[in-house]
Design a protein around this ligand. Structure first.
Ligand code: DC
Length: 335
C-alpha cells in the first residue's frame, strides 16, 4: 500500500474554487502516480479554518472519486500557517514509490520536492508594491524581500555617520565595509545594519530621497543585486524594487509592473505619513514623489523600467485586495 500526500491553496473560499482546486489536485496525484480507480482505498482531506464554504470530500465525489472512502477534517489554527490550504492523503494499493503533489501556494510547503517560486514586482514609489507584496507573501506562504530596504540602509548609514553621499569614494568606502543583513522574524523582514535593527529608521523622507540617489552608483547596485539573487535562489519569495524583472531576475517567470498616477501615489504616501504623525504637506509629498520618479527613471544603471515580459497593472483605482487577487490569479494560471 502507498500513502500519497498532496496540498493546494485556493484564492477565495467559494464552492467553485474548492471544486476546481480539489479536482486539479486529485487528478494531478492520479496522473503522477498512474493510479487506477480501483486502487484508491481512501482519500482524506484537511483544510485550514478559513475554508468554510464546501467540503473537499464532496468536491472529490463530484470530480468522480466515488469508489473509495472520502473524509474531510478541519486543521487547528496555527499562527503563521499557510492560509486557504487544502491538504490530502490518499491511501492506495500498489508498491511503487509515492509521488507527492504540491500545487499553487502549497508548493512552498515541500521545498524538497518542488521548485523555488520567485515573483518579481517593480514600479515607482507609492504604486502599492510593498503592501501588496506583504499580503501575497502571506497568502502564498513565501517570503517578501523588500529590496528598497537594502538601498535605504546604505543611505541611512550615510546620514547616521554624516558622510557625503555625493562623493563616490566615500560611498565606496562604506560599501566595502558594509555589514548589512536581511533576516526574517515571524515572516517579517528585519534589516540589520552593523547588527542594529534599522527597519523603522530607514523609513524617513530624507532616507527615501537619499536611497534613490545612492542606488544610482553601479558599485552599490552590483553588491545589492548579488545579495538579492543569493536570497532568491535559495528561497521562494516575492521581491519588489525597480529593476527586479529587468536586471535582478531577468529569467523570472512571474513579473509584474505596478503603476499609479503621481497624484494617487502622493495621496497614499501623505496618508501614511499622517498616520505615523508626520507633518509633510501634500504638495511636499508630491514634489518628493516626482523627484524620486525622475531619479529612479534616469539612473545610468538599475533604472526603473518595465520588463518587456512583465504584466502591467495600474493600481490607481484598485483596492489592495484587487491587486493581490490579480497577481495571485496570474501566478496560479501559469504555475
Ligand atoms: O522601494 P523603496 O521606496 O523602499 O526604495 C528606495 C529607493 O531605492 C528607491 O527610490 C530606488 C531605490 N531602489 C532601487 O534602485 N532598486 C531597487 N530594486 C529597489 C529600490
Amino acid at each position: 500500500m502507498r500513502a500519497i500526500r498532496g496540498a493546494t491553496t485556493i484564492l477565495s473560499d467559494t464552492p467553485d474554487q474548492i471544486r476546481v482546486s480539489v479536482k486539479e489536485l486529485l487528478n494531478g496525484i492520479v496522473e503522477k502516480n498512474k493510479l487506477k480507480t480501483g486502487q484508491i482505498i481512501c482519500i482524506m482531506f484537511s483544510s485550514t479554518e478559513d475554508i468554510k464554504s464546501y467540503y473537499p470530500a464532496k468536491a472529490a465525489r463530484e470530480a468522480g472519486f466515488t469508489a473509495c472512502a472520502l473524509y474531510s477534517s478541519l486543521e487547528p489554527e496555527i499562527d503563521g500557517a499557510l492560509k486557504m490550504c487544502i491538504r490530502v492523503m490518499i491511501l492506495a494499493d500498489g508498491d511503487d514509490a509515492a509521488e507527492h503533489v504540491y500545487l499553487n501556494g502549497a508548493k512552498n510547503l515541500r521545498k524538497d520536492i518542488t521548485s523555488i517560486l520567485n515573483i518579481a514586482v517593480d514600479g515607482p514609489a507609492g504604486s502599492g508594491k510593498s503592501t501588496v507584496c506583504k499580503e501575497i507573501a502571506q497568502r502564498l506562504g513565501i517570503l517578501y524581500l523588500d529590496t528598497g530596504a537594502m538601498y535605504r540602509a546604505i543611505a541611512y548609514k550615510c546620514v547616521k555617520d554624516n558622510r557625503d553621499y555625493g562623493d563616490k569614494d566615500v560611498v565606496k568606502h562604506i560599501i566595502n565595509r558594509l555589514n548589512l543583513k536581511v533576516e526574517y522574524r515571524d515572516g517579517k523582514q528585519i534589516t540589520l545594519l552593523d547588527g542594529e535593527d534599522v527597519s523603522e529608521l530607514i523609513r524617513t523622507p530624507q532616507v527615501s530621497l537619499l536611497a534613490s540617489y545612492v542606488s544610482s552608483y553601479s558599485f552599490v547596485r552590483t553588491k545589492m543585486v548579488a545579495l538579492q539573487r543569493e536570497i532568491a535562489e535559495k528561497t521562494s519569495c516575492i521581491l519588489d524594487g525597480r529593476d527586479i524583472g529587468t536586471n535582478v531576475l531577468p529569467k523570472c517567470r512571474f513579473k509584474f509592473y505596478l503603476t499609479a498616477s503621481p497624484e494617487v501615489r502622493a495621496n497614499r504616501r501623505f496618508d501614511e505619513d499622517r498616520a505615523k504623525g508626520g507633518k509633510q504637506t501634500y504638495e511636499q509629498v508630491l514634489q518628493d514623489i516626482n523627484e524620486r520618479d525622475f531619479q529612479d527613471k534616469n539612473k545610468a544603471v538599475g533604472a526603473l523600467k518595465k520588463a518587456d515580459d512583465a504584466i502591467e497593472i495600474d493600481t490607481s483605482d484598485m483596492s489592495i485586495t484587487e491587486v493581490v487577487e490579480a497577481i495571485i490569479g496570474k501566478v496560479q494560471e501559469r504555475i
